[in-house]
Each structure stands twice: as C-alpha cells, then as structure tokens.
Ligand binder design. Structure first.
Ligand SMILES: C[S@@+](CC[C@H](N)C(=O)[O-])C[C@H]1O[C@@H](n2cnc3c(N)ncnc32)[C@H](O)[C@@H]1O
Length: 217
C-alpha cells in the first residue's frame, strides 16, 4: 500500500497494489461531471480507489453517494479512503456487480468509468482480476451499454457519466445508441492518449426538460 496526495483535488488516498490506479481517464471523468442543485442521490459503479465519489462528496455535502465495486479488495480500499478523507456521513459502500443487488434505488446521476477495452490479442493474456478492470467485452463498450439499457428499463430520469474508447467505438456508435435506444448521448470532452482517444460521455436517460426522447420505430 502506498499513500498518495492529489493536490488538485485536495485529497489523500491509500492505494493497494491490486486496485485501479487513478489515471488520465479518472481525472478527465472527474472534470466532466457536473452535479446540479437538484441532484440529491449519486451512484458510482466500479469506484476502484473511490477517488471520483470522494472528490465529488467533498464539494457536494448535500448529496448522498452510494459507491460500488465488484472487487472486494477495491471495496476494502475505498472504505479506508472514505475514512482517511472523513466523509463517512454521506457515502455508503457495497460490493456488487453493477446495480444487480439494488431494488428501488432511483439515482439522479450514475457514474461509471467502466472497463472499456475490447477483448483481443493484446488483452488476452492479462490476469483475471485485471481483466475485470479493463476489458468491457468483445468491442469494449458492452458493459457500459448494458448499464444504459438497464437504467432505461427503470423508467426514470437519470444522467449517466461514462467513458468510451476509440478502440471499438466511433461517433457512429453514439448515433446508433441515440436512434435505437432513445437515449441522448453528449460527448463532454475527448482525451487523446498514446494509442486511443477517450470519449467522456454524458448520457441522458428519460426526459429532457419534460420531453421524452423519441426512438426510431
Ligand atoms: C477502469 S476501473 C475505474 C476505477 C475508478 N473508478 C477510477 O476511475 O479510477 C473500473 C472499475 O470497475 C470495476 N468493475 C468492473 N466490472 C464491474 C462490475 N460489473 N460491477 C462493478 N464494478 C465493476 C473494477 O473492479 C474497477 O475497479
């Protein structure tokens, strides 16, 4: 375990070896998220070190957070980081697969920096625990897409902040999602990395300004 200082976000985190180390995707997602005055309940899936929700919870004390991760080592690490940053009052923490164990939870905002790389020759030999952190399916975006469909099935108005990689995704993927799913996809920012571009995406599910988004019939 090593203790790190993140001065830009004014937090300190203990980071265990087997959890996802905050990186460019993490920081870009934190910077893209905008909580509004009427947002009261945020769920973050796959929180890793807990950094995203911890940063947001510190600057949004009226918002309730539920943090999840499928990895037990990650959840134990997040618990420690919540304690170090003294924000136990507004954050709940559970170990679960996406939102599988939740019933009747209606968040205003869901956040997920998902595993977004496609399965392929380069990723085939990664060890199982690391695969959970980085591989999102054959094309890479399947995990995020499944979550969108699940949130849509709840019939609520909810905003999802997530990430797509240019490996396996293009602008036309977003058009297809808009047209077939009736979900608004807004690219908030793009981050150019060495071998890929990341799309930081705000997905609006339900209604925008009282209007239901139309799907292609
Ligand atoms: C790319 S890492 C992001 C970690 C952290 N949010 C960040 O941005 O630094 C993806 C995280 O999602 C978790 N994860 C993967 N599949 C999951 C699932 N089905 N349900 C919940 N968490 C999952 C992994 O354990 C990992 O911590």
């Amino acid at each position: 375990m090593v203790r790190y200082d993140f001065p830009k976000y004014e937090i300190i985190l203990d980071l265990e070896e087997d959890i996802y180390f905050p990186a460019d995707d993490t920081f870009a997602l934190i910077d893209a998220i905008q909580l509004e005055d009427n947002h009261r309940f945020v769920i973050e899936i796959g929180s890793g070190s807990g950094i995203i929700s911890i940063v947001l919870a510190k600057s949004n004390p009226k918002v309730r957070f539920l943090i999840t991760d499928i990895s037990l080592p990650a959840v134990k690490n997040i618990k420690k980081n919540i304690e170090i940053n003294e924000i136990r009052n507004t954050i709940d923490l559970v170990c679960m697969d996406k939102l599988e164990a939740s019933i009747n939870l209606y968040p205003d905002v869901v956040i997920w920096n998902p595993p977004y790389l496609p399965m392929g020759d380069e990723t085939e030999n990664i060890k199982a625990l690391d695969k959970v952190m980085v591989i999102g399916g054959n094309k890479g975006f399947e995990e995020a897409f499944k979550l969108m469909q699940y949130l849509k099935s709840l019939n609520i108005n909810v905003i999802l902040y997530t990430i797509f990689s240019s490996i396996g995704t293009s602008e036309s993927t977003f058009n297809t999602i808009r047209e077939t799913e009736g979900i608004e996809v807004i690219v908030c920012s793009e981050v150019n990395l060495f071998f890929e571009k990341l799309y930081l995406v705000k997905v609006i599910i339900g209604e925008i300004n009282g209007k239901k988004i139309k799907t292609e019939s």
